[in-house]
Design a protein around this ligand. Structure first.
Ligand SMILES: [Zn+2]
Length: 279
């Protein structure tokens, strides 16, 4: 029996249970039919013009993305707006749209855990556990990851390692802290992680790696770090790049459960920034 979108829904709910999604989130099937036959899935971080075109051009049956195209209340999917136009294009091409968002952030092999594993961190745990008591070093499910590097390094070398590990983006990797500042414990959160700046596990780390740090949260966190003795330093990476890394892991997990389905990871850069000028 060949696979359908319904099979994908079941696999997704086992790999990334929707019970783990944040209450404000909108994960799951966005458009398309559960009975749609499934022979090819394209994975991407964002449903944007480029990835929708890639899905249609490669005759994918599902475009599976991390970020919800529709998150807030929607009263129209008319094609005078890009979102309606993208959905219409997908529907006409019989390509379903599927979102796996915060439910993929929190699992033990989710978005942040993949970054931690890529840095060689072995016994990493959530910064903010949602299935156990953080103070007891509790569960394996939750937001962000914290743990030790296999070898001590410096803030500068870690930033260079991240620049090599992640796909290139215009914004590159930005650092608040000293290049030669020693690093053993790392807290990290793929995507926008400023809400975790004050988390005890972040404050106790040598460095915090995340994305989308605005002036005031970053400035206040660094001033408080200096006030305490200098840690954590901050390393800011591209939101898209930090989450793109997870797609290869997700693809492999899907391949193991949907043997008759071709799983492709989009190589397109959907980071919104095109260039930066530093002079
Ligand atoms: Zn994100």
């Amino acid at each position: 029996m060949s696979s359908t979108v319904l099979h994908l829904e079941r696999v997704v709910d086992r790999l990334w249970p929707t019970s783990g999604a944040a209450s404000w989130d909108a994960s799951g099937l966005v458009s398309g039919s559960p009975t749609q036959h499934l022979s090819r899935i394209l994975l991407a971080v964002d449903a944007v013009e480029a990835t929708v075109a890639e899905a249609v051009d490669t005759q994918a049956d599902v475009l599976l993305v991390h970020h919800p195209l529709l998150l807030r209340g929607v009263t129209s999917v008319a094609q005078d707006h890009y979102k309606g136009a993208l959905l219409a294009r997908l529907i006409r091409a019989d390509c379903a749209l599927f979102t796996v968002h915060t439910n993929a952030d929190v699992v033990a092999d989710g978005v942040s855990a993949v970054i931690a594993a890529s840095l060689g961190m072995a016994d990493h745990t959530p910064i903010l556990s949602i299935d156990g008591d953080d103070s007891a070093g509790g569960g394996s499910v939750g937001y962000g990851r914290v743990g030790s590097l296999p070898q001590p390094t410096t803030v500068g070398r870690l930033a260079r390692d991240l620049a090599r590990l992640l796909p290139a983006t215009a914004g590159g990797v930005r650092v608040a802290g000293g290049y030669h500042q020693p690093v053993s414990t790392v807290a990290l959160c793929g995507g926008a992680g400023d809400s975790l700046l004050d988390a005890p596990a972040v404050v106790a780390s040598d460095v915090y790696v995340t994305s989308d740090l605005r002036h005031h949260p970053a400035s206040e966190a660094r001033e408080q770090a200096r006030f305490r003795g200098g840690t954590p330093a901050l390393i800011e990476v591209s939101h898209w790049a930090s989450e793109w890394l997870w797609l290869a892991t997700a693809a492999q997990q899907l391949r193991e459960s949907l043997a008759d389905v071709e799983i492709i990871v989009s190589e397109l850069r959907t980071d919104p920034w095109d260039f930066a000028i530093v002079e």
